[in-house]
Design a protein around this ligand. Structure first.
Ligand SMILES: Cc1cc2nc3c(=O)[nH]c(=O)nc-3n(C[C@H](O)[C@H](O)[C@H](O)COP(=O)(O)O)c2cc1C
Length: 144
């Protein structure tokens, strides 16, 4: 059976929620075994040898990935399928609000494709940008 790890870095929770939704679909519709981990709560080394598929998710804030997700990308993913997504309110905004796909594609290359190319040792099977959210009145802390 195919076993999948979803490893994510979040600041405000959107990437965690996206990860849970992906896990639910993979389990319920595709009968995959899925583990989901929040990289900032996982200090010890993970045994990646048990997974065929790796999904890495990162929050984008202040133009940056979380340091844990970026670091995790540097693992050896040889002979695994790698999928990567980011949660970013800013990157999806031009496409959703203004229909500006060129700007969206440019920012996707800058904040997703280039980071993966620079840090991961395999090509991705698929990448995605999810919208994320911003709580206007909530208290937000940005420490990674
Ligand atoms: C302080 C702050 C900075 C942000 N900076 C960016 C940014 O530089 N680019 C972007 O696309 N979105 C930015 N966002 C929006 C986030 O991408 C969005 O809130 C996303 O849901 C964050 O993912 P998370 O909830 O998993 O941390 C920012 C949000 C906050 C609150």
């Amino acid at each position: 059976m195919s076993k999948t790890l979803i490893a994510y870095g979040t600041r405000f929770g959107a990437t965690a929620k996206s990860s849970e939704v992906i896990a639910k679909v993979l389990k319920e519709k595709f009968n995959h075994e899925v583990d989901v981990i929040n990289l900032s709560e996982h200090e010890e080394n993970l045994n990646l040898s048990i997974y065929n598929n790796i999904i890495v998710g990162s929050s984008i804030a202040k133009f940056s990935w979380t340091k844990q997700a970026k670091e995790f990308l540097k693992n050896d993913f040889t002979s695994k399928k790698l999928f990567v997504f980011i949660s970013s309110a800013g990157i999806t905004y031009p496409a959703l609000e203004k229909g500006n796909m060129k700007k969206y594609e440019k920012w996707k290359r800058r904040f997703l494709d280039r980071v993966v190319k620079k840090n991961a040792n395999v090509k991705t099977s698929s990448t995605a940008v999810f919208g994320g959210w911003i709580e206007r009145n909530g208290q937000m802390k940005l420490d990674n």
